[in-house]
Design a protein. Structure first.
Length: 454
């Protein structure tokens, strides 16, 4: 699909921005629209892309108005009444969803795809780092900003490619990987699937698309209809014996972990992971399992694990002193919250955990209100914000209060975003977490400044 210009509707999204950078790298004129300006869109503009923030056909650059030479990519979060999208449709442009564009790029690569309702960003980013350190590099399209490379896109010219396989809008069905991991199949995106059974059918379809003689690495305990095609199937876990698991796990003074990795053919002893959190040990096992399929050097693998510094907004430590710790995390599903809070409690045993959570989407809040409350009750104290709507319109009767009323932790506060910094200024904290997938990330810097002054 050779085009001279690429126009992206929703260019500021994490997956869309990686595509924008990819096409810009290969010499295309790249422009796009997004609803809101962000740090990421500013970076894209500094890299030479033209971006505007009003749905206005007149602002589409002339370079992108030739249907013969322009590829249009849009995110499924864009509403169908979007004026620019309809302009391109009515003028017969070549228009594809983000997932299709990613699938076309992946077709020509030895692709590792990481799927699952949580964990995929950290695993794919760690795998990309392993391949960069221990192999001949890789191309990687990541769902977060790698702190090692300060980007969501890695390009090396290697035959290897790492991609997140996103279940939203059935996007992952555009991928036909050589190796894939499935990390979790907890109910999510029920606005798309209707029920968990349909969602898991989509996961089964995804793994059936693994290429012949390829590999599936699946979390132990997940039950999916396994494909009948000729592939290798392995299980992984945190510490439960299976094909890939950790043993002799030790929590170090820096809140990171040292452990052995058990592989089907050997044991790699005394590995150290460069990021904290019990859940990240499990993520490291999954990434190692995928790397094992292409025979990575053991010493280089250990070096990659230890030099991995993580992903922005994934167990992202902002402050860590004996008297005050502040960690920011993207967790926005009840199971993600449970894993994250439990990991923090293990790392900082005996300290008071305060969680600030911003629910993401009205439908997700409606579908999992009690589950959210149960997970958030693991914290000692909760500050609960109003719902971030993202692509959705409000639903009658669905507010943060339906979570709040079911939370059982000792102290809890329900507040709007505009009140949050005032609360931060007035309270004392021991271990503070900010959690959520909305715009809570905009508070990380001001919260850090307030806490550093205190």
């Amino acid at each position: 699909m050779k085009k001279n210009a690429v126009y992206l509707i929703g260019i500021g999204g994490i997956g869309m921005s990686a595509l924008a950078r990819y096409y810009r790298h290969y010499g295309c004129f790249v422009a796009g629209y997004d609803r809101t300006e962000s740090t990421l869109t500013k970076e894209l503009e500094n890299e030479g892309m033209l971006i505007h923030y009003t749905d206005d056909v007149l602002q589409i650059p002339e370079n992108c108005k030739n249907a013969e030479n322009t590829l249009v990519i849009y995110t499924p979060a864009v509403p169908q009444e979007h004026a620019e999208l309809n302009y391109f449709k009515s003028n017969n442009f070549n228009i594809v969803k983000r997932s299709k564009a990613l699938g076309l790029i992946a077709n020509n690569k030895h692709t590792f795809a990481v799927a699952g309702t949580h964990g995929k960003t950290t695993i794919s980013t760690l795998l990309a780092h392993i391949l960069t350190v221990a192999a001949n590099g890789c191309d990687a399209f990541l769902g977060g900003i790698s702190k090692n490379y300060n980007s969501n896109l890695l390009l090396s010219g290697s035959d290897y490619m790492v991609a997140e396989a996103d279940e939203f809008d059935r996007s992952f069905l555009q991928l036909f990987p050589n190796a894939a991991a499935v990390t979790a199949t907890d109910a999510d995106h029920l606005d798309i699937y209707g029920n968990i059974e349909e969602m898991r059918k989509a996961f089964a379809k995804f793994i059936s698309q693994i290429k012949s003689n390829g590999t599936l690495v699946i979390k132990k305990g997940i039950t999916l209809k396994l494909p009948e095609n000729n592939i290798n199937i392995y299980t992984y876990s945190y510490d439960e014996p299976c094909d890939f698991y950790a043993s002799d796990i030790q929590l170090c003074n820096d809140a990171c972990y040292r452990f052995d990795i058990n592989l089907p053919d050997r044991k790699i002893r005394n590995c150290k992971l460069g990021v904290p959190g019990r859940i990240n040990v499990e993520n490291a096992i999954a990434a190692t399992a995928l790397a094992w399929t292409v025979d990575i050097d053991e010493c280089k693998l250990k070096n990659a694990l230890e030099t991995f510094v993580g992903v922005k907004r994934r167990m992202d430590v902002q402050i860590n002193t004996p008297k005050l710790t502040y960690i920011d995390d993207y967790a926005h599903h009840p199971e993600e919250l449970r894993y994250t809070i439990l990991s923090i409690k293990e790392m900082f045993a005996g300290r008071k955990i305060t969680a600030i959570f911003q629910p993401h989407l009205y439908t997700r809040t409606r579908d999992f209100a009690v589950d959210f409350a149960n997970s958030l009750s693991l914290a000692d104290e909760l500050v609960l914000l109003d719902i971030y709507p993202a692509r959705e319109l409000p639903i009658d009767g669905i507010t943060s209060k339906i979570i709040f009323d079911n939370v059982q932790c000792g102290e809890k506060i329900l507040c709007e975003k505009g009140e949050l910094l005032d609360i931060i200024n007035k309270k004392e904290f021991d271990v503070l977490l900010t959690l959520g997938a909305g715009d809570i990330d905009l508070f990380v810097e001001p919260i850090t400044k307030i806490l550093n002054k205190i």
